[in-house]
Design a protein around this ligand. Structure first.
Ligand code: GDP
Ligand code: IMO
Ligand code: MG
Length: 422
């Protein structure tokens, strides 16, 4: 298989980092194509934890080239800090880490705008506060600066000047907050650009040539399908294309066939930030799953909201990214729970609905649950119990695509492959 994609099938934090790291072992390139350091991808290897934000999750495999594609929004200071940290555990050089010259830069202004808007009150999104939305806004309105601009002071001055007076009015008059002058921001960014310049290249050509040479490409999504700017639960979404379609615009392989598109899903559901969540548990059981699953945001440290697995959401995720299989994670967290349920459909305006199509107001979707006998597997043996088999078979049958991988612990080897992916 030459091209594979890992996509979050829920609202993020499904375990994409873990699955990407696993599959990176047999990949040549691991490519991020959207999002930024709002992502937090956790990998455990032999008891050692690594959290990645914008650097792809193949980076622990020295043979793998990690690529930050042009669809990503990159905050240079965060990137350099993350790089410094990762260099203590992995061999990372300009040979095996590449940043697109045309990725969009997140500036101080973007971070300030994100924070100021979120502080405004009732209509907040619950963002990660990393400046993601404002950076993508500038990209779409053609005012952004690109990574290549960091390497040339004149370009920086010119590009940062575009739209600056508008932002200054917002900072001064509306939000009443201090903000750096263009000169200060140019100096800061130029210095950062000099530190990262060896990693910057034309990743489009790199990917194009790698495909021609028959190299194996693994695309790593950030966030999840329900956070997609077009397909997600708008406005409670992130500002990028998190579905498989984002690969074609964010990394430069228009219409190249993706042979396997793995949707990563937790065996239950979580969400951070605001927005509808039909199967959310507000009781002790929700709190138990949150604690047992250590459901705390890897980027912001916020508690994740928890609820039962939601089949209508996953059916929609499958359709909107043409998923070919599911990687089901965190089964161990559901083991030994006092009760176990799956939402198999919703009731909306008295009608049964099987798929969370965008026309459905999730706020008013009443989840219909099927009860399962709680399984008690400790996963010390390769054979799973009948109860767990019933739970997984129901998921697979309801979704109509196979569970290709299931995971029962955070470590690299706490996983079972049910489908030969290479
Ligand atoms: P990502 O953003 O999709 O990469 O996921 P995160 O890293 O934000 O969150 C997933 C969390 O679950 C991390 O702490 C992982 O170490 C952990 N994890 C992944 N798979 C499993 C699993 O099967 N069982 C358990 N207990 N933890 C897992
Ligand atoms: P990974 O890749 C979970 C959520 C935020 C907020 C919304 C918008 O680790 O799965 P943003 O800062 O992107 O403008 O915030 O999106 N969000 C995530 N939730 N996992 C993530 O990434 C997320 N990245 C953003 O909580 O609700
Ligand atoms: Mg995460």
């Amino acid at each position: 298989m030459q091209t594979m994609a890992i996509i979050g099938a829920q609202w993020g934090d499904e375990g994409k980092g873990k699955i990407t790291d696993l599959l990176a072992e047999k990949s040549d390139l691991v490519i991020r194509y959207q999002g930024g350091h709002n992502a937090g991808h956790t990998i455990w290897v032999n008891g050692q934890k690594t959290v990645l934000h914008v650097i792809p999750s193949g980076v622990l495999h020295p043979h793998c080239t990690s690529v930050i594609g042009h669809g990503v929004v990159l905050e240079p200071e965060n990137f350099l800090n993350e790089l410094k940290k990762i260099k203590t555990v992995a061999k990372v050089t300009p040979e095996n880490l590449k940043v697109s010259a045309t990725a969009t830069v997140i500036t101080q202004y973007h971070k300030l705008l994100d924070a100021a808007r979120e502080a405004q009150g009732p209509e907040k999104i619950g963002t990660t506060g990393k400046g993601i939305g404002p950076a993508y806004e500038d990209k779409i309105s053609r005012r952004a600066i690109k990574v290549k601009d960091l390497l040339d002071k004149d370009s920086l001055i010119r590009r940062l000047g575009v739209g600056h007076s508008e932002k200054a009015i917002l900072f001064k008059n509306l939000y009443q907050i201090d903000f750096p002058s263009i000169e200060e921001e140019v100096e800061r960014l130029y210095k950062l650009g000099q530190e990262m310049k060896d990693y910057v290249c034309d990743t489009f050509s790199l990917i194009d040539e790698s495909l021609a040479k028959g190299k194996r490409l693994l695309y790593e999504g950030a966030q999840g399908i329900l956070l997609d700017i077009d397909y997600g639960t708008y406005p409670y979404v992130t500002s990028s294309s998190t579905t498989a379609s984002g690969i074609f615009t964010g990394a430069g392989i228009p219409n190249h066939k993706l042979e396997e598109v793995i949707g990563v899903a937790k065996a239950y559901t979580t969400r951070v930030g605001e927005g509808p969540f039909p199967t959310e548990l507000f009781d002790e059981l929700g709190a138990l799953i949150q604690t047992k699953g250590n459901e705390v945001g890897a980027t912001t440290g916020r508690k994740r909201r928890c609820g039962w697995l939601d089949i209508p959401l996953l059916r929609y995720a499958i359709k909107s990214s043409q998923l070919t299989s599911i990687a089901l994670t965190k089964l161990d967290i559901l083991s030994n729970l006092p009760e176990l349920k799956i939402c198999y459909a919703y009731e909306v305006n008295g009608q049964k609905v099987d798929c969370a199509y965008p026309g459905i107001n999730l706020q008013h979707a009443k989840p219909l649950f099927k009860d399962f006998t709680p399984f008690k597997d400790d996963f010390s043996e390769s054979k799973i119990s009948n109860d767990l088999n019933t739970y997984m078979s129901f998921i697979q049958d309801s979704l109509g695509i196979p569970v290709s991988i299931y995971a029962y612990g955070p470590d690299r080897n706490q996983v079972v492959f049910k489908k030969n992916l290479f």
